[in-house]
Design a protein around this ligand. Structure first.
Ligand SMILES: Cc1cc2nc3c(=O)[nH]c(=O)nc-3n(C[C@H](O)[C@H](O)[C@H](O)COP(=O)(O)OP(=O)(O)OC[C@H]3O[C@@H](n4cnc5c(N)ncnc54)[C@H](O)[C@@H]3O)c2cc1C
Ligand code: SF4
Length: 453
């Protein structure tokens, strides 16, 4: 496995070490032996990639570690990352029958135990399929694109992935904080795909460094797995002051160069209450911030961050200010952030999405003193790029035929975050992985006749 250099100054590296400890051999064995190996196991149905969970657990119990890792990675090409970042309590562990009696099996931890074994022992788990002479290009090397690439390589396709960043892996590599998902885990998954003969062209942005039409000319099919973009603007005055950060860029700076954002001793306010906001806040704490507050215009009840993320942030000392909306970033004469002007909110009538609409309380303005503001109010869409390709979309969400994953261009398929939203799916690593597999199967279906002819 490639070594990964941390861009962090030495004094912070310990803060960014993985927080959750791995299971010891004995703990893993004890946990594996608690599994009932249920027939028609509900945990399998609750996993978006359908991992045969009882089977991989049984293999741990019998000491067949390679078999266990292979079972996981067969169903989920990014199964090592998912063992760390999946909201397991809402998925497999939430469905475990033992919730009704004792406590659910620690499926995520066991999955990590098996995949960590494969990583430590330099295992190559798959062999590429017999070449069929057909070419597929994939735009985006995140979980969606990598999963599609892996499946197509197993089926014998000549696959090229185009990835704009210097390294592949998407948000697993540079967007999810390293104290939950170290970069080396995601890069191992990238290596597993490359070992199948998939070419991954990093540092190549399609639409800038190579034209999309070129990919259509030289490949039978193209899969778009470009995810979403950075955090959108708040559209309040003062966004250009020094000390205003994008949460995704902040996390990226701790996982890859350039040098990380300086927050030591600073008072930081993070705006938003999803998982990105939690990552932005806990990263700020670990970069030495003196005080970190998350502000959100709704209440604790409406926040979208996973429960475990919320608990994690509270344990890190992050403070929360509910029903608070920023209206202006206040700066000093040198152009540095010195405060955030906010207004108090109250919840009014429910809007069309069923959520109560936050409304400003009259004359309730106040200023939170701070030296840094981290924006974490969701992610932008690659709307201009999608428009340029002439694909049908709804506010930047590519529209697909759900039965075939085809876009409005029948030779172009899409998967992952780029199709998330507007009633489709959930932005999770595991759902991007499953959609990547599904897109690959549909591509294969559409081309099967071409090579049997
Ligand atoms: C801060 C943060 C924390 C998260 N935490 C979790 C979590 O704990 N658990 C979880 O399940 N999910 C989490 N998610 C969501 C998860 O990361 C995404 O759902 C998942 O990564 C989507 O995979 P993807 O392949 O569709 O997109 P991405 O991972 O975004 O990958 C898309 C790739 O396409 C590349 N690309 C884009 N445009 C081009 C182009 N024109 N040419 C070439 N390459 C291009 C990008 O550089 C990127 O590498 C988090 C997201 C964020 C932002
Ligand atoms: S539901 Fe729980 S006990 Fe049953 S197979 Fe799955 S993990 Fe094991």
């Amino acid at each position: 496995m490639s070594t990964v250099e941390s861009p962090l100054p030495d004094k912070f590296t310990a803060n960014f070490k993985e927080v959750e400890l791995p299971l010891s051999n004995q703990e893993a064995l004890n946990e594996a032996n608690r599994c009932l190996y249920c027939y028609d196991a509900p945990c399998i149905n609750a996993c978006p990639t359908g991992i045969d969970i009882p089977s991989f657990i049984k293999k741990i119990a019998s000491g067949n570690m390679k078999g266990s890792a292979t079972t996981i990675m067969t169903a989920n090409p990014v199964g090592a990352s998912c063992s760390r970042v999946c909201p397991t309590e809402e998925l497999c562990e939430g469905a475990c029958v033992l919730n009704h009696s004792t406590k659910p099996i620690l499926i995520g931890n066991l999955q990590r135990y098996a995949t960590d074994w494969a990583i430590k022992n330099d295992q190559v788990l798959f062999k590429k399929g017999e070449p069929n002479g057909k070419k597929v290009a994939i735009v985006g090397g995140g979980p969606g694109g990598l999963s599609a690439a892996r499946e197509l390589a197993l089926l014998g396709y000549d696959v090229t992935v185009y990835e704009a960043e210097k390294e592949a892996g998407g948000l697993d590599t540079f967007g999810i904080v390293s104290f939950r998902l170290p970069k080396k885990i995601s890069l191992w998954e990238v290596e597993q795909v490359e070992q199948l003969g998939v070419t991954i062209n990093t540092g190549v942005r399609v639409g800038k460094d190579i034209e999309f039409d070129e990919l259509l000319k030289t490949n039978e099919r193209v899969i778009l797995a470009i995810g979403m973009g950075n955090v959108p603007n708040l559209n309040v005055p003062g966004e250009t002051f020094n000390g205003v950060h994008d949460a995704i860029e902040l996390v990226r700076s701790t996982k890859s160069s350039p040098f990380p954002t300086h927050l030591e001793g600073k008072k930081v306010v993070v705006i938003g209450a999803g998982n990105t906001a939690i990552d932005g806040a806990t990263c700020s704490v670990r970069l030495g911030a003196e005080n970190v507050k998350i502000i959100y215009r709704r209440t604790e009840k409406e926040m979208t961050a996973y429960d475990f993320e919320y608990e994690f942030a509270k344990q890190d000392g992050v403070e929360f200010r509910w029903l608070t909306q920023p209206i202006e970033i206040v700066g000093d004469a040198d152009g540095n952030v010195k405060g955030l002007k906010c207004v108090k909110m109250q919840l009014g009538e429910a809007s069309s999405d069923g959520r109560k609409r936050p409304e400003p309380v009259p004359d309730s303005e106040f200023i939170i003193e701070c030296d840094a503001v981290v924006k974490a109010i969701g992610q932008k869409r690659h709307t201009d790029f999608i428009e340029k390709l002439g694909l049908a979309h709804h506010d930047g969400v590519i529209l697909i035929n759900k039965d075939s994953m085809q876009t409005s261009n029948s030779r172009v398929y899409a998967c992952g975050d780029v199709i998330f939203g507007k009633g489709q799916g959930e932005a999770m690593v595991v759902s991007a992985a499953q959609q990547g597999k599904t897109a690959a199967y549909h591509v294969h279906e559409s081309l099967k006749e071409m090579y049997s002819a």
